[in-house]
Ligand binder design. Sequence first.
Ligand code: ATP
Ligand code: MG
Length: 411
Amino acid sequence: MIDNTKISKFAISVISELQKNDFQAYLVGGCVRDSLAGIEPKDFDIATDATPEQIRKIFKASRIIGRRFKLVHVFNRAELLEVATFRSGNNKTEDESKLIKDESGKILRDNVWGTLDQDCYRRDFTINALYYCPISKKIEDKNNGLSHIHKKLIVSIGDPQLRFEEDPVRSLRAIRFSNKLGFKIDSQIKNAIYDKGHLLSSISNARLFDEFCKIFLGGMGEKNFNKLCSFNLNKHLVISNPEDSDFSHNIMIQALRNTDDRIKNNQSVTPGFLLAALLWPKLISRCIKNNEINIKKFFRSMDGVLREQQKLTAVPRKFNSYIKDIWVLQLKLHSRIKSQPYKIIRHPRFRAAYDFLLVREKASVDKNGLGKWWTDFQKNDDSLRGSLIARMNEKSDADSSKKFGFYNELR
Ligand code: ATP
Ligand code: MG
C-alpha cells in the first residue's frame, strides 16, 4: 500500500539498524499519513522501543534533544530524522518527574517510556497513529486510522475534551491537518476546539511561534487563517487590531495569499513578511491623526508593536530589523524625485517592501497608483525611468509623502 521508493533511504536504513539491534522500529506520524493520503511526505519520524540513550549509542551522528519531550536527532549530511521512544502516556508512574501535568491538566513533561500499544494511544489523532515497517511492509493500526483516512475524517484518540486539556495545541493541529489533507474535522473535535481553545493562552510563546510558522507558511495559510477565525483562535497567534477593521483582515488575507502563491512557485518565504503585514494596521493606527501620519510616532511605535506580538509568539530577533525595514520603506517609496528612486531600488529590502506595497493596495479600496509607478520603474529602461521621475514634481511628491497614500487604511 505504501510505495517504499517514496520513503527516505536514510530512514529505512535507520529502522533496519535499530531492528538489527533487537529493537522495534517504525515510521510513524505525518509521513505514513501523507503517503496513504497520496501526498508527498515531507519528513520522516521514527518510533522505537529503544531509549534515547540506547539510540544515541547505535548512531554516531546523533544527539539527544528536548526536555518536555526527549527524543533523538539522527542525521547524515543531507537529512535529519527524529527518533522518539514509545511513550506510555500514563501518569501512574513511580517517577513523577517524568510525566508532569499542571492544575488545568496540561502535560508539562512526557518522558515515561512505554510499549507500541501504549504509544498508539498517546498520539493526537487516529490518522497520526499509524506505524509502518518498511521492511515487512506491515502497518500497525490500533485506532482505525486507516478507515479514517479513507473516510477523510480527523478523529481524536480518546475524548477530545480531555486530550485538548492535556495539550491545547492539538486544536491548531486539527485545523492545519484538515486543510492540508482536505479532511473533515469530526464534530466532537469541533466542540472541543470551541470549549478548550481558550487554553492556548497558557502555551509558551516559543511553541506558538513554531505553530505560527507551520500554520501560515506551509502553503495553506489563507485557508488556515479563515478556519482559525471561524473558531475564534486567530487571536492566539496574531495580536488583534484596535477596531478590527476590514482592512486588518484583508491585509492578512492578501499577505497570506502572496505567501501561498510563492510556495506554489517554489519561491522562498519568511515569517517576517507576514508579520510586517499583520502588524501594519496596528502600527499606523498609533501614529495617524487627521489623515496624516506623525513620523516621529511612527518610528517610536515600531518596537512597541513588535513587543506586543512577541507576547503571543516568540519571533526570533533576526526578523525585527527585516520587518522595520519594510515598514520604513513604505514611507520612502513615496519619494520619487531626483535620484531618490535609484537609491531606494538598491535597498536590500526593496523587493520585499514593493511586494508589501502591492499587498497593501490589494487590501485597500482606493489605490493611488504608487504600486504601478514602482512596477513601471523597475522595468529598467532609462528613458522610461527618466520620464516617470519627470512626471513627479516637488509638490505632488510632497503631497504624496504627507499622507503616505494610506488610502482607506487611515479610516
Ligand atoms: P507534519 O510534520 O506534517 O506537521 P506530523 O503529524 O508529522 O505532521 P509532527 O509534529 O511532526 O506532526 O509529529 C509527529 C507525530 O507525533 C504526529 O503524527 C503525532 O502522532 C505525534 N504528535 C505530535 N504532536 C503531538 C501532540 N501535540 N499531541 C499528540 N501527539 C502528537
Ligand atoms: Mg512530522
